[in-house]
Design a protein around this ligand. Structure first.
Ligand SMILES: Nc1nc2c(c(=O)[nH]1)N[C@H]1C(S)=C(S)[C@@H](COP(=O)(O)O)O[C@H]1N2
Ligand SMILES: [Mo]
Length: 423
């Protein structure tokens, strides 16, 4: 969801810009004066990204032919992807391999064959008692840009698994969704038994989601029901969920693990730069903005390094050594909204959302854990020339991006560079 600039200013943003001094009048003035064709118009201060991404605006990461969300009519009914036809099977060790000497057993299984598979009303009924809601940034381990952020709502996986009664020899939960019964298209993931069943205080549970931003999850976003794993990259959040298998296999069976990725990677604290024009008129402020994800180790700040590129200068070597010595300065972080009722869907009280104080309705951390916010910096008085702008997030342990995780197979988080010119 890289945002294209320039964006329109909200009234609040406009007032902020005005009160910031000369910058405001300047925008209009320079636009008026920029007659020569090679002088670009000044660019307005961008508004922050919305805290909730519209369901349609998420970047899509889907596989398969046909993609499950393109099914219609009878095909959709046969796929059990309508709210009426959706079913969830919960079974014990459907496959056995060498690791499974003593297969897992469940007090009760839920299967299509005997008509006991769970349906959506049953899940929603469970939700009346155990509902969870929170904001989560969706990010693919393999794509260095957040896909979007939603308010997801549903029932913790632990509550669904409790329906199975006593379990024996359970070490992992494997799960997957509709995949046209094509093994090539099967996209699966897994959690350890403990990750599924025990939510530490202050941590967010893995859960079966059936609402996004206050509405049923659209088919395109993995509805009627998808799994959401708050602390993980997108590959754990299986769309069109239809099967849970409790197994005594200790291995992560994740599709992403088989594609040479770390299946235990957690969401990585990182900053990403928005797209912006590449030329600015001298004398006008240059606004550079972006998004920052608060991953496993939280977010302390976002910082930038502006470098004037002198003709013939050696390029910056992109390694930790160089990054450590750069002259980094702090960016502005989006503040928590004063009035969450303007952000959250109608009828959703902030007090009821996980990560918010249940008495005050204020976020208990900022940014909320596993969510993202906007950042911005204003560069002034730049003399004509070429520039490189780098941005990085620093986590609560003082590790600057991409540290401590330079291994990109555990989450792409390179330090991004934005190149522009002042003319
Ligand atoms: N059934 C299914 N679920 C899936 C996938 C898939 O291909 N099939 N892709 C996963 C990956 S790799 C990511 S990054 C997220 C992306 O979620 P989104 O499409 O809602 O943005 O979905 C995950 N869930
Ligand atoms: Mo992904």
């Amino acid at each position: 969801m890289k945002a294209a600039s320039p964006k329109t200013l909200s009234r609040r943003e406009f007032l902020r810009t005005t009160s910031a001094g000369a910058a405001a009048a300047l925008t209009g003035e320079l636009v008026g004066r920029a007659r020569a064709q090679d002088i670009p118009a000044a660019v307005a201060r961008p508004a922050p990204h919305p805290l909730l991404t519209l369901a349609d605006d998420f970047q899509d990461v889907s596989r398969g032919k046909p993609k499950p969300f393109t099914l219609t009519g009878e095909a959709l009914v046969n796929a059990r992807l309508t709210p009426e036809t959706w079913r969830l099977e919960i079974v014990a060790d459907p496959f056995t391999d060498e690791h499974v000497k003593e297969p897992a057993t469940l007090g009760k299984q839920f299967t299509l064959a005997d008509g006991t598979a769970l349906d959506l009303p049953a899940l929603e009924e469970l939700g009346k008692k155990h509902r969870v809601r929170f904001l989560k940034a969706m990010q693919c381990l393999n794509i260095a840009a957040p896909l979007g952020q939603g308010l997801w709502e549903g029932v913790p996986l632990r509550e669904v698994l409790r329906l199975c009664g006593p379990m024996r020899n359970a070490r992992r939960i494997y799960y997957w969704g509709f995949h046209n019964e094509d093994p090539q298209q099967m996209f699966q993931s897994s959690l350890s038994y403990t990750q599924a069943m025990e939510t530490p205080p202050g941590e967010l549970p893995a859960f079966l989601a059936y609402r996004l931003n206050g509405e049923p999850i659209p088919l395109k976003r993995g509805g009627p029901v998808r799994l959401i794993v708050p602390w993980a990259h997108g590959f754990k959040s299986i769309k069109w969920l239809q099967y849970l298998a409790v197994t005594n296999d200790f291995k992560a069976n994740d599709t992403y693990a088989n594609q040479n990725n770390d299946p235990e990677s957690h969401l990585k604290t990182a900053a990403y730069i928005d797209q912006a024009p590449e030329k600015y008129p001298a004398g006008s402020p240059v606004f550079v903005s972006g998004l920052a994800i608060s991953g496993l180790s939280g977010l302390k700040r976002v910082e930038y390094w502006l470098r004037r590129v002198e003709p013939g200068a050696a390029p910056v070597v992109q390694d930790d050594e160089t990054y450590r010595t750069g002259p980094w300065a702090e960016c502005e972080l989006e503040a928590p909204p004063e009035d969450w009722s303007r952000v959250l869907p109608p009828g959703t009280a902030a007090k009821e959302v996980l990560g918010f104080d249940s008495a005050t309705g204020r976020p208990t951390t900022w940014p909320l854990h596993y969510s993202m916010i906007s950042w911005l910096t204003t560069l002034r008085d730049l003399k004509p020339g070429k520039f490189e702008f780098r941005a990085r997030a620093v986590d609560l342990n003082d590790f600057p991006q991409p540290e401590p995780r330079p291994i990109q197979k555990a989450g792409k988080n390179p330090v991004e560079v934005f190149r522009f010119e002042v003319v």
